[in-house]
Design a protein around this ligand. Structure first.
Ligand code: SF4
Length: 282
């Protein structure tokens, strides 16, 4: 049974403010993770003309038990997608762009080349636009990780999602290998900033969170987000605990004290939530 949401999670949604962005993205023919993952921040982000683009289609080859993105056999690669992404960036007037994708285990490079092509299209349009990639594990392919680490994106993220004990929610993933993804990215380009995210409320303890944060710092991953896990439906993994906003603040402070240089921690934080603020806070 899905637990009743506490008051602090009843975020108001202003559909009217979303419409302009939705129409413009639909016209260009681009997917957003905001829509596909039913992100609770959608009306807030869209009203500020912020969005996270989802490339390589909307069908994922894995079936994580917490995620609402459709699973199945994806179609081929859209050769025009990099230009569509650049057009969407232009249309929304973005100065910082976040791009992610579904997991594409059907592609030898996990889709790395398409990420690289999207970054190139944006940078060719305007080199001063900063780009953040949130990549799947790219099948742990070292060449693919090397390519995205050196493609011109300022930040590349890979979400560790949860503590090692609870990793069964991530189908086909492995905690050590996920850390290895972040480590390989940094090894391929020491100037690159790497970022990761944890969803909380799956039953993890404060000590387990602290250990996971230390694992991230040990591989020089210094940008972090932490947010409340919300079950997309009754068939998804259940929420074990709704963590109070004050506790999120404490976890955020703990992460800053441990050495993270950018931390967002609140019930509604998602990996791309207000990602542009990293560049504004420096
Ligand atoms: S937090 Fe990220 S995924 Fe959610 S609506 Fe904002 S930009 Fe989209």
């Amino acid at each position: 049974m899905i637990k009743r949401k506490p008051k602090w999670l009843l975020k108001k949604v202003f559909f009217s403010q979303q419409k302009d962005v939705e129409i413009s993205l639909k016209d260009i023919g681009i997917h957003t993770v905001c829509q596909e993952a039913m992100c609770p921040n959608m009306s807030e982000c869209f009203s500020k003309k912020l969005a996270t683009f989802m490339i390589l289609g909307s069908i994922c080859t894995r079936a994580c038990t917490y995620c609402s993105v459709d699973t199945g056999k994806p179609s081929g690669i859209d050769e025009k997608e990099p230009q569509k992404v650049a057009d969407a960036v232009h249309s929304l007037g973005l100065r910082h762009v976040v791009i992610t994708s579904v997991t594409r285990d059907d592609l030898a490079d996990g889709g790395a080349e398409q990420f690289v092509r999207c970054v190139k299209a944006i940078k060719e349009m305007d080199e001063s636009i900063t780009v953040e990639l949130l990549v799947p594990d790219l099948r742990y392919n070292v060449e693919a990780l090397n390519a995205v680490a050196n493609c011109g994106a300022e930040i590349v993220g890979h979400n560790i999602e949860t503590v090692p004990r609870l990793y069964s929610v991530r189908k086909g993933a492995n905690y050590e290998l996920s850390l290895g993804v972040l480590e390989s990215l940094k090894a391929a380009n020491s100037k690159l900033k790497t970022k990761s995210a944890l969803m909380l409320g799956l039953g993890e303890s404060q000590e387990e969170i602290r250990e996971t944060l230390q694992d991230l710092l040990d591989i020089e991953c210094t940008l972090l987000t932490m947010g409340q896990y919300l079950a997309p439906s009754k068939v998804h993994t259940e929420v074990v605990e709704y963590i109070e906003p004050k506790k999120f603040e404490e976890y955020g402070q703990m992460a800053s004290d441990m050495g993270f240089e950018f931390v967002k921690s609140s019930p509604y934080t998602r990996s791309s939530y207000m990602a542009h603020e990293y560049f504004e806070e420096r």
